[in-house]
Write a protein that binds this ligand. Structure first.
Ligand code: AMP
Length: 214
């Protein structure tokens, strides 16, 4: 069976951390729309969204993802992280995959409370070079302020400020959360407790894939 996955959950659920582990373990391409947008931060189309917490317009994101999914390195499967985020995006993704006789194999929904999200994002520090993600309390780097993997100086994401976090949670609740129902109807979503340690969250996802997706 194809391994075409979606990692779903509110901002700060730990999607990026899980995505790195899953894509390595199952050899599928990790596609983070947030990372793609951050890489294109000098493009005036994207710049305002990286500080406001608002969503980039649907059609722009859909075109970007559809174009990327057609590349050779997605043939063995992919893991979408941060996409889809609206009903329109989910429907467009399904339409595109349908044309290729493909579908989303599984959606992993990482569940964490709003309280946890706020705490996690205010303590989050990221590596601008390799994308490593740390938490000052839960997962501190070995050396204060320095990335464990590439020694770069860690930074706070521009959208991890209290005001933007509130906005991002609001956007998630109003526009994104509804997708849980969408995938429940299709019957390809599995919920995972995101408050567990990252290795435990990963172990649950890994077991699920090993037992159900052959
Ligand atoms: P993330 O790293 O996934 O939290 O994304 C960072 C920001 O990029 C979001 O707050 C949005 O402004 C934008 N973004 C990422 N993915 C999407 C998407 N699927 N649809 C619209 N905007 C997105």
């Amino acid at each position: 069976m194809d391994k075409n996955f979606i990692l779903f959950g509110p901002p700060g659920a730990g999607k990026g951390t899980q995505a790195k582990m899953i894509s390595k373990r199952f050899e599928v391409l990790h596609l983070s729309t947030g990372d793609m947008i951050r890489e294109a931060k000098d493009d005036p189309i994207f710049a305002p969204y990286l500080t406001s917490g608002q969503l980039v317009p649907d059609q722009i994101i859909v075109d970007m993802v559809v174009k990327r999914l057609q590349r050779e390195d997605c043939k063995n499967g992919f893991l979408l992280d941060g996409f889809p985020r609206t009903l329109f995006q989910a429907e467009q993704l399904d339409k595109f995959l349908n044309k290729l006789n493909k579908k989303i194999t599984e959606v992993f929904c990482i569940e964490v409370s709003e309280e946890d999200v706020i705490k996690r994002l205010s303590d989050r520090r990221v590596c601008p070079v390799c994308g490593g993600s740390f938490n000052l309390v839960l997962k501190p780097p070995k050396q204060v302020g320095v990335c464990d993997f590439c020694n770069a100086v860690l930074v706070k994401r521009k959208d991890d400020t209290p005001e933007t976090v509130k906005e991002r949670l609001d956007v998630y609740n109003k526009q994104t959360k509804i997708l849980i129902e969408y995938y429940m109807k299709i019957g390809n979503i599995v919920k995972v407790d995101g408050t567990l340690a990252p290795e435990k969250v990963f172990a649950k996802i890994e077991n699920f894939v090993n037992n159900n997706i052959k």
